[in-house]
Design a protein around this ligand. Structure first.
Ligand code: NI
Length: 182
């Protein structure tokens, strides 16, 4: 089991646009396995590769209670989105402790490749539809707080930066731990 460090908002690396995956090999399988370990450990229901500083179009989702329904989406694209919208209280492993309402299409149809490079299509609603859209946003360098008002977003940014400073102070006070690079 291998846990990957998750980038925290407002780290600028979260705004990089991810490149398509072109090679379907053992490295990709290992990355997905490590991302799954990281997501389940957090715990979260979705994780996109840019959140672990890998800027490739890859995301994983598991909305099951039992953590046994891992879905892998490579080079995903939304083919269709419903006019009907739904508001969901979203959170993100890169913005820990923050939840807020985001309105998105209630249903989407997505096409993606699996770990073997085979194309599939999926129609989703409910939490799965929210997750797919939230994680695809990560591949475009967009974080859910960018849907909120500038006032809210600035408050969240300030809170995250304050926590970051406190964390760095703790790490510095604890010899043997290298200071985290930003
Ligand atoms: Ni997220």
């Amino acid at each position: 089991m291998s846990l990957l460090p998750i980038l925290r908002y407002p780290d600028a690396r979260l705004n990089k646009v991810a490149k398509p995956v072109t090679v379907f090999d053992a490295r990709l399988r290992q990355l997905v396995a490590d991302m799954a370990d990281t997501m389940y450990d957090a715990p979260g229901v979705g994780l996109a590769a840019p959140q672990v500083d890998v800027h490739e179009q890859l995301l994983i989702i598991d909305t099951s209670e039992t953590h046994d329904n891992l879905r892998v989406f490579i080079n995903p694209e939304i083919l269709w989105a419903s006019d009907e919208k739904e508001v969901y209280d979203e959170g993100c492993l890169s913005v820990p402790g923050i939840y807020d309402n985001v309105e998105r299409p209630a249903r989407v149809k997505v096409a993606a490749l699996d770990l073997d490079g085979k194309r599939f299509e999926l129609e989703a609603d409910g939490l799965l539809a929210v997750c797919i859209q939230h994680e695809i946003d990560h591949l475009r360098g967009k974080i859910f707080v960018e849907y909120l008002s500038p006032l809210k977003r600035n408050r969240i940014k300030a809170k995250m930066l304050k926590e970051e400073r406190e964390l760095e102070r703790e790490l510095q006070g604890n010899s043997g731990y290298p200071r985290r690079k930003r």
